[in-house]
Design a protein around this ligand. Structure first.
Ligand SMILES: Nc1ncnc2c1ncn2[C@@H]1O[C@H](COP(=O)(O)OP(=O)(O)OP(=O)(O)O)[C@@H](O)[C@H]1O
Ligand SMILES: [Mg+2]
Length: 283
């Protein structure tokens, strides 16, 4: 395990070559009248095949960051590059999974049709890609049921399958398990870790849950309170494959989560005079 304070030189591409580079990224909103700077001068990169988790205080700008990475929002300053190419619109190599599965699926379509919907290939290939993704997330037997008939966990698995069927190089996930119960959340975490290996995809996952960030990531990017900056980057050298019981009981795991907790607690204090809104019990 190694822990690293964020310094400019630490934002250089990790060994193995970076697929995603974020440089001086800032985003301000002016629609609120007085203006809000959500993120300011963010610098970090993600290596090809890496699993990076991003954690930060509530409202610090995590969704704003993902939307900028996905080409859905134009940065106020700085840039995002995917394989060296400037991102100015949603790149075909990226897929995004949102927190709220109920708004990302069309309830009147079957799960299979929801997965096939965004694919722009021939019908047979669409079917094969959807089938492979549905198999990977364990929805083979439910593929022809309607989305509205599925439980919350199954709908979120369908949303993940839809992203995988798209065969992205980079999968962006915005608090993807926040709306499901704890047991389903643990299952979905393990499912994403498995499909990440099977599909060889680079993942950037935003969460407010510190345990989840440490459990899933190769590195954790800790954001400061708004306007958000990169406060710290931690390497997570916990062995893989990870296991909900053994990994979370390791001394290194406990140390990392409490370090991040202290970081975010100090950020939340400076923002709200002591309130902490992060998904871990105080150690
Ligand atoms: N479209 C918008 N117009 C104006 N302000 C916005 C807009 N979207 C977000 N903001 C503001 O930007 C800041 C960051 O919002 P954002 O949703 O990115 O934070 P977050 O870290 O994802 O929050 P949460 O923890 O609640 O998911 C907030 O103060 C929010 O009010
Ligand atoms: Mg958000």
């Amino acid at each position: 395990m190694s822990t690293v304070e964020t310094q400019p030189e630490l934002t250089e591409a990790p060994a193995g070559g970076s697929i995603l580079e974020v440089t001086g990224l800032s985003k301000s909103y002016t629609t609120t009248g007085h203006g809000t700077t959500a993120i300011e001068q963010l610098d970090f990169s993600v290596a090809d095949g890496e699993f990076v988790t991003v954690v930060g205080p509530s409202g610090c700008g995590k969704t704003t960051l993902l939307k900028c990475l996905a080409g859905l929002l134009e940065p106020s300053a700085g840039e995002v590059r995917l394989r060296g190419k400037l991102v100015t619109a949603p790149p075909p190599e990226m897929a995004l999974v949102f927190q709220d599965y109920s708004r990302s699926l069309l309830p009147w379509l079957t799960v299979r049709k929801n997965v096939m919907l965004p694919l722009r290939v021939g019908r047979a290939e669409k079917h094969d890609l959807a089938q492979e993704a549905l198999d990977a997330v364990g929805l083979t037997d439910f593929a022809d049921g309607y989305a509205w008939q599925m439980s919350g966990g199954m709908q979120q698995r369908a949303a993940i399958a839809r992203a995988l069927a798209y065969q992205p190089k980079v999968l962006l996930m915005d608090e993807p398990f926040a709306s499901v119960d704890a047991q389903t959340r643990a299952e979905l975490e393990d499912l994403v870790l498995r499909v990440r290996r099977e599909f060889n995809v680079t993942v950037l996952l935003v969460t407010h849950d510190i345990d989840e960030a440490v459990y899933m990531g190769d590195r954790v990017v800790v954001l400061s309170s708004r306007p958000s900056r990169v406060k710290r980057v931690l390497d997570i050298d916990l062995p893989r494959p990870r296991d909900q019981l053994t990994t979370k009981s390791m001394r290194e795991f406990v140390e990392l989560r409490s370090e991040i907790y202290q970081d975010i607690k100090s950020e939340s204090k400076s923002l709200r005079g002591g309130a902490v809104e992060v998904g871990v019990e105080e150690a």
